[in-house]
Design a protein around this ligand. Structure first.
Ligand code: AGP
Length: 609
């Protein structure tokens, strides 16, 4: 998730306007920045790694000449946050510049093709193939306009993209295109703008033209032309007036980043299905060959490790040890050696206890693998192989979208391991892969159908003194995560444990009306879990159950239930089943008058001790 912006102004210099707009998009990515402008038929480019203010101090992002330009603020997915990988990317002639937000899945094969035609690439990014592709098309079709060449180029792209292209050969136009990545146009009498998000140009105009997937937009001063990519059909669309304040706009109209990020999960999960095959395969090879596998992390990331240990065992018959990072050195520091493999999971890639575990394992020659949301973070630098989960920056302190994305990547790894180890039939592989592809839509459906109901349940239980969260099997991890969220942002003391442990202490705390949340996918544990529900019910507990839609048996037993669509395979169930718990925690915090984005006693996890 990056931020792109550009503008064509009447007489004004574009660079300072681009710089200011990128600052308003910095919540979308902040590891490198760049701008390109055209003046007097010449292309000017400035880009570097680092936050916008840092780069501006050194390079001055306001002094590029010209009243037409584009800009980009980056959240790396392909290629570390280095100057060479920063956008804009150029073609061989240095006359075409492109900024891009999204993930091009078929970039490797297109790059090879273009290299065979003599194109020279400078970066490790997926994006750089776009300016070279346009250059190649223009070379082979000299009568083509820039828009026509961009149209042909995007037809060859697979994946998500919103792009903007400028060329010193057509100095009065910006050509943009969109596919599964946000793009909006802003207009007023003096200028025309495009951006990943409305906040970028809202202080400049509140007249916005929405661009849909599969559309190509050609901008020139006073004119916006929209065409369908598929058949070049012209699209007529009127601008809308945006009533938001800049603050509201950054949250896209949501009251808090946390609820915005909960709603972003379907798109983030679609992005996780685009992780680079090569690295996922490499990582599953290392896991397959390891004598012992430790899954190490803190907090929410540890819960992803716990769920993954069930996935690896159930699908690939691979035993793995989920370890809370702050206990790693004490618990297994001495048993780690050259045959051990550590898969460290950290959305920030900077959590001190996780890095300390990695360092102690490295000193014992173990193999380090990493799963993170932050390319360029310390974890990526100390890992033999790492996977970027592509969730985009998570501003809310409470991890939500990064958790479900971690689970999706781990499920893909477990499937690869199962295939490598020949532990599941091809039919089952195909079935699970198909279900995994549907998970983003499933999560979308849960949010749409259940959010209001969850709001009511939160209102009903807002004064509860304590909560229990129970699950069996892989849902134990879901229960732990539900508990963490409720404690972290609503400050409700909560206990989570495997339902089988109910009799060993927790059941003594049950009194009439005591809220107990059960996570109940229809898997092998379903029958036994019903027994646990009855035990708690018999002692007066109020039961809230997250169940599958057609689970009439449990519906009859419980006080409140939240439904998820039927037929989700057990090993994938933590993704859809945790979303209602994220929403419950969010609305409990709201009901109790707290700001979910700024939990007390906490800051966004970078070096949490
Ligand atoms: C979760 O909501 C918390 N913000 C926190 O527990 C977090 O999961 C933990 O600090 C780990 O952070 P990481 O994934 O960046 O390493």
């Amino acid at each position: 998730m990056c931020g792109i912006f550009g503008c064509i102004l009447k007489d004004e210099a574009a660079a300072p306007v681009i710089h200011a707009a990128l600052k308003r998009l910095e919540y979308r990515g902040y590891d490198s920045v760049g701008e390109a402008t055209i003046d007097d038929g010449k292309l000017y480019v400035k880009k570097d790694q680092g936050k916008i203010d840092e780069v501006h101090m050194v390079r001055n992002l306001d002094d590029l000449p010209g009243s037409l330009g584009v800009g980009h603020t980056r959240w790396a997915t392909h290629g570390a946050p280095l100057e060479v990988n920063a956008h804009p990317h150029l073609d061989c002639s240095g006359q075409i510049a492109v900024v891009h937000n999204g993930i091009i899945e078929n970039f490797a094969e297109l790059r090879l093709e273009l290299e065979n035609h003599g194109h020279v690439f400078k970066s490790k990014t997926d994006t750089e193939i776009i300016p070279h592709l346009i250059e190649e098309i223009l070379k082979n079709n000299s009568s083509f306009s820039l828009a026509e060449a961009v149209l042909e180029a995007v037809k060859k792209l697979q994946g998500s993209y919103s792009i903007a292209v400028i060329s010193s050969k057509e100095p009065d136009k910006i050509v943009c295109a969109r596919n599964e990545s946000p793009l909006v146009v802003g207009v007023n009498d003096e200028a025309v703008y495009f951006a990943s998000d409305i906040p970028a140009f809202l202080p400049l105009t509140n007249k916005a033209l929405m661009v849909d997937d599969g559309e190509l937009v050609t901008l020139s001063l006073g004119h916006v032309e929209i065409r369908k990519i598929a058949d070049s059909q012209l699209v007529v669309r009127e601008p809308k007036i945006i009533e938001w304040t800049p603050e509201m706009a950054i949250k896209q109209g949501y009251p808090h980043f946390m609820i915005k990020e909960i709603h972003e999960q379907p798109d983030c999960l679609r992005n996780t299905l685009r992780v680079q095959e090569h690295y996922a395969d490499l990582m599953s090879t290392f896991l397959d060959r390891a004598r012992d596998v430790y899954l190490v992390a803190c907090g929410t990331s540890y819960h992803a490790c716990l769920a993954s240990s069930y996935m690896f065992s159930k699908l690939a018959f691979l035993p793995s040890y989920p370890i809370i990072a702050s206990e790693f050195v004490e618990q297994c520091g001495k048993s780690v050696n050259i045959d051990s493999t550590i898969l460290a999971v950290s959305q920030s890639g900077e959590t001190a206890d996780t890095l300390a575990s990695v360092n102690s394992a490295r000193q014992r020659a173990a193999t380090i693998l990493g799963l993170t949301n932050t390319i360029g973070s310390t974890l990526t630098r100390v890992s033999r192989v790492y996977i970027g989960q592509q969730s985009g920056p998570e501003i809310g302190v409470a991890a939500t979208k990064t958790f479900t994305s971690q689970l999706s990547v781990m499920a893909q790894l477990a499937l690869r391991l199962a295939k490598k180890r020949g532990k599941v039939s091809q039919d089952e592989m195909d079935f699970l892969a198909e279900k995994l592809k549907k998970i983003p839509d499933t999560v979308e459906e849960i949010i749409q159908k259940q959010e209001q109901k969850i709001k009511m349940i939160a209102k009903k239980y807002k004064d509860s003194k304590t909560f229990f969260f129970l699950g069996r099997g892989i849902s134990t991890a879901t229960a732990y995560e539900g508990r963490l969220k409720l404690m972290e942002i609503a400050y409700v003391p909560a206990i989570a444990f495997p339902a089988g442990e109910s009799k060993h202490g927790p059941i003594s705390l049950i009194e009439p009306g005591f809220p107990v949340v059960f996570i109940c996918p229809k898997d092998e544990t379903h029958k036994t879990l019903i027994g646990n529900i009855m035990e708690m019910k018999a002692r007066g507990a109020s039961i809230i159950a997250v169940i599958e839609e057609d689970d009439e048996e449990i519906k009859k037993l419980v006080d409140d239930y939240i439904e998820v669509p039927n037929g989700i395979p057990e090993v994938l169930s933590p993704v859809p089943f945790v979303v209602p718990l994220q929403l419950l925690a969010y609305y409990m915090a709201i009901e109790r008058g707290y700001n979910p984005d700024k939990p007390r006693n906490l800051a966004k996890s970078v070096t949490v001790k």
